[in-house]
Design a protein around this ligand. Structure first.
Ligand code: MIC
Ligand code: SF4
Length: 635
């Protein structure tokens, strides 16, 4: 067996491990972050469970840390008190980005983890089977329910050779994105094997598993080997180590080979993480901003390398450079080693350990800026500046560029790369995590609005097309993030006013003007983040169906969880036949879906066949009007 299958087998609650069939997995650990956590905990509360039933659940505050009004602080207090009440560890603002902190202090090889954040697969860097999910799925896992996924293909990524100086783990995942694209990973787990794996440290592996999310993959995973053991030992957690490696005769559903020794520094161009070019092809392009950090590249080794390169140098005067260490552990060690001095002295702006610019929480660049970021996403407008051009690269490329002021291949600028070893002992201060007393009163400020109630599915529905969009629509397009909108995550009526705002300013008014709405999408609809608000807000505005050529995994699950019916075109060319304001009648839709009958709609008398593939459980959820209703009905 391969690594992924071993962990799946150990956690299988129901289903068979045949590709394409639904499986239910026992979940050992959960994590939430503040932007998705408020909704997840409101939903958990509605389940009337006394305490979380997982082995470990952690609530992190890392996204909404700019407090320009009372909203974020209200949410943080709510999260702190609800964690205290229900037996959840609370990691307050300033402790760091959930994925980095979880890897350092809580992740355990061989365990399952789901998180209400799409980059939860970062845990695959230490051999966890870790999935991003909607908040409601995480709430269900905290209530002791299994996590349902479609059994993915397990693809072997065979890494050969060794990276050359100044080429990094980021270049490996950018290469995989170049090969596979942002939709290539749908329905797949990528499992890394081969000699090259032994040359990669845990932080490097975590960079790869983190950004594996951008492939649209179900998850990504490395084996848990001696390197994993060594990392955990340095984190004083050797007891958490368990060896999980693929059997010699392990089989896979596909294979990709990457020879690390042939890779060069790579860069993803605007506005998609798979728009990958060689750095040297863009050499000389002037740059306005460089941001180093995010859950992809904010580890101790990343930050120490940047500090080492900046020592006794000055950042180019036309570049604004920011540094956000991934965790308080990393930040403390930068400070105690004196390396922070080199970063400050070179002219960088040091931000707190949080998502920050990655999610548009500050540091929006200037108009039409060229900004180089070590992050994982460069969707249009995500930086907070609509016409900014965001490029994604490694810390090596970013720091070289910050010094010269133009896109620079570090292999041409520097000599031998400084060797950054992992510290013998990482600095540990677990007192900064708040252990639950289980006796607390939950505090709810005025920003915390009650959950909406949704109607069960009607027998027949007459609905209007209120939006038609193209390929690769991300959840950032559906419901943008950023400093202005993120504080409204616990306030559905307010946040839904921003739905599709960046694409069509009239969408909200149009959706409200009809009783039932339909959105038409193309390929890979809903890629990107796990934010369930991208399903919740449309549902709140009356959307009942999304018809697309194909869907991204987490968003598809979120649509079902909130009672929106996802349908696909039997013939993708039929996409062309539908236009805004068309009316569609779904006759007897409940009965059709219940009995797996053909679903054929008519547009101007032309029949269009739509496909769906729901398990009995999913059908019941849709009929009930969403997962929460279904759970309540079942009680
Ligand atoms: C992101 O990177 O887009 C986020 C913000 O972390 C999201 C979660 C969210 O929208 O709150 C994600 O990746 O799931
Ligand atoms: Fe935070 Fe960015 Fe990572 Fe999302 S991708 S968790 S916003 S650092």
């Amino acid at each position: 067996m391969n690594v992924a299958k071993k962990i799946i087998k150990n956690h299988l609650v129901s289903g068979s491990v045949e590709v394409g069939s639904e499986i239910a997995l026992k979940i050992d650990q959960t994590l939430t972050q503040d932007a998705t956590g408020t909704m997840a905990y409101l939903q958990f509360e509605a389940m009337n469970v006394l305490q979380v039933k997982t082995e470990l659940s952690v609530s992190y505050v890392d996204h909404n840390t700019l407090q320009s009004g009372f909203e974020n602080a209200d949410d943080h207090k709510f999260l702190q008190t609800i964690a205290d009440k229900y037996g959840i560890i609370f990691s307050p603002a300033g402790n760091g980005i959930c994925h980095q902190v979880h890897l350092e202090r809580f992740g355990i090889p061989g365990k399952t983890l789901i998180g209400s954040d799409s980059h939860t697969p970062t845990g695959g860097g230490i051999g966890m089977l870790a999935f991003g999910a909607g908040g409601l799925d995480v709430a269900c896992a905290m209530a002791g329910q299994p996590f349902y996924i479609t059994m993915p293909k397990i693809v072997k990524v065979n890494l050969l050779g060794k990276l050359r100086d100044w080429v990094s783990a980021k270049d490996i995942i950018l290469e995989l994105l170049r090969l596979e694209s942002v939709k290539g990973g749908r329905g797949k787990i990528y499992e890394f094997t081969g000699e090259g794996v032994k040359t990669l440290s845990v932080p490097e592996r975590a960079t790869i598993t983190n950004m594996g999310t951008e492939l649209g993959a179900t998850t990504t995973i490395f084996p848990s080997d001696e390197i994993t053991k060594d990392f955990l030992k340095r984190q004083n957690r050797e007891k958490d180590w368990l060896e999980i490696v693929a059997d010699k005769d392990a089989t896979y559903d596909g294979e990709i080979t990457i020879d690390l020794s042939t890779l060069e520094p790579l860069i993803a161009m605007p506005h998609m993480p798979d728009n990958v070019k060689k750095v040297k092809e863009l050499k000389g392009m002037p740059v306005d901003q460089v941001c180093i950090g995010s859950c992809t590249n904010s580890s101790y080794t990343d930050m120490m390398l940047v500090a080492e390169v900046l020592k006794d140098k000055k950042i180019n005067k036309n570049v604004s450079m920011t540094i956000s260490p991934g965790s308080r552990q990393v930040f403390s060690m930068l400070a105690s080693s004196g390396k922070l001095f080199d970063i400050i002295n070179a002219g960088a702006r040091v931000l707190e350990c949080a998502c920050g610019p990655c999610i548009g929480m500050g540091q929006a660049p200037k108009t039409k800026a060229i900004t180089l970021r070590t992050f994982n996403r460069n969707f249009e407008g995500r930086s907070g500046t609509k016409d900014a051009q965001v490029y994604l690269c490694s810390p090596e490329v970013a720091v070289a560029t910050a010094l010269t002021g133009e896109i620079t291949d570090p292999t041409s600028l520097f000599g031998i790369k400084p060797k950054i070893e992992l510290p013998e002992h990482f600095y540990i201060n677990d007192d900064l995590f708040q252990k639950p007393s289980k006796e607390c009163e939950v505090v709810r400020g005025p920003n915390i609005k009650p959950l909406p109630k949704f109607e069960p599915l009607q027998e027949s529905i007459l609905a209007d097309i209120v939006l038609k969009v193209g390929d690769n629509i991300s959840t950032d397009h559906i419901l943008p993030a950023g400093a202005k909108i993120l504080p409204l995550r616990s306030n559905l009526p307010a946040i839904s006013e921003y739905t599709f705002g960046a694409i069509d300013k009239n969408f909200v008014a149009r959706a409200k003007s009809v009783k039932n709405g339909i959105i038409v999408g193309a390929e890979n609809y809903g890629q990107g983040s796990s934010r369930e608000h991208a399903a919740l807000a449309p549902r709140y505005l009356g959307i009942k169906f999304v018809i697309a050529k194909s869907f991204a995994r987490i968003h598809l699950a979120n649509l079902i969880n909130f009672g929106i019916i996802p349908l696909t075109f039997d013939n993708p060319c039929d996409y062309e036949l539908i236009k805004l304001a068309d009316k569609i009648e779904f006759k007897d839709v409940k009965n059709v879906i219940k009995n797996n009958k053909n679903l054929v709609i008519k547009i101007n008398d032309r029949p269009i066949k739509l496909n769906y593939c729901f398990t009995d459980r999913q059908k019941e959820i849709l009929f009930a009007g969403g997962l929460l209703n279904w759970i309540k009905e079942a009680k």
